[in-house]
Ligand binder design. Structure first.
Ligand code: DGL
Length: 253
């Protein structure tokens, strides 16, 4: 049976895999983390494009039927080129600006992302389509990628990083926050706890997963029943048993 390929620079895409695993229990997944090169968000667009192309070339040889780029930064840098190169469907991840604008009403929308995503033309184009009244502010938050890669989800240090960032913006003017990097989604509960209830938090996982489910049903390739497996790769090599166990825990918990 063919697998669903999921790609991220590191462990951020696990937040997507966690949801996909729940919703598509019969599917096999191959998860590729480019651990040797993370973070992408502070690299140049050319470097990221090159790294993503190498990773996807590897995944294309693993019998996948669809690829999810579970990384806003990689999507922003490389998704158009990849779609021209391969004939399997390639889904990207982008900041959930539309639902956030709907929820924010007259207030502003704050998008946290990596530096590369916030400077990229893809986000600019998305905003020019959706953000008619120029309500969206983008703020880089690259520090959080490092914490997630260290599996640090709850320490006082990471709480402090998040508190500092959230208090550096004027919360009174915002009506929604978007987590425009899959690594940040691990911190969603913490961020929601710190923000006032009047500021809902959005991320792109659900939208991309809905697209994935739609594609699989349309292709009639989705198997019935349970029994799917997950294979983990780290920059083209099998994950160590120890890390695989840690990743599986994140998927299941
Ligand atoms: N997880 C990635 C994203 O969604 C990027 C993290 C990084 O490598 O900087 O943008």
């Amino acid at each position: 049976m063919k697998s669903i390929g999921i790609f991220d620079s590191g462990i951020g895409g696990i937040t997507f895999l966690r949801e996909a695993w729940q919703r598509l229990p019969a599917e096999n997944f191959i998860y590729f983390a480019d651990t040797g090169n993370v973070p992408y968000g502070t690299k140049s667009p050319d470097d990221v494009r090159r790294l993503v192309k190498e990773a996807v070339a590897f995944l294309s040889r693993q019998n996948i039927k669809v690829l999810v780029i579970a990384c806003n930064t990689a999507t922003s840098a490389a998704v158009y080129e990849l779609r021209q190169r391969y004939d399997f469907p390639i889904l990207g991840m982008e900041p959930a600006i539309k639902p956030a604008l709907d929820a924010a009403g007259q207030k502003r929308v704050l998008v946290f992302s990596t530096s590369l995503t916030s400077q990229g033309s893809k986000l600019r184009m998305l905003c020019s389509q959706l953000d008619r009244n120029q309500q969206v502010d983008t703020v880089p938050f690259d520090e959080l990628v490092k914490s997630a890669e260290a599996f640090d989800f709850v320490s006082p240090e990471v709480k402090n990083i998040i508190c500092k960032k959230l208090s550096s913006v004027d919360q009174n003017i915002y009506g929604a926050v978007v987590l425009g990097c899959t690594h940040f989604i691990f911190y969603r509960p913490l961020i929601e706890e710190i923000l006032p209830l009047s500021i809902p938090v959005f991320d792109g996982n659900r939208g991309t997963l809905n697209n994935l489910v739609r594609i699989l049903h349309a292709d009639q390739t989705s198997a019935m029943g349970r029994g799917g497996q997950i294979v983990f790769y780290s920059s083209g090599l099998p994950e160590s048993a120890e890390r695989e166990e840690m990743l599986l825990r994140l998927v299941r918990d």
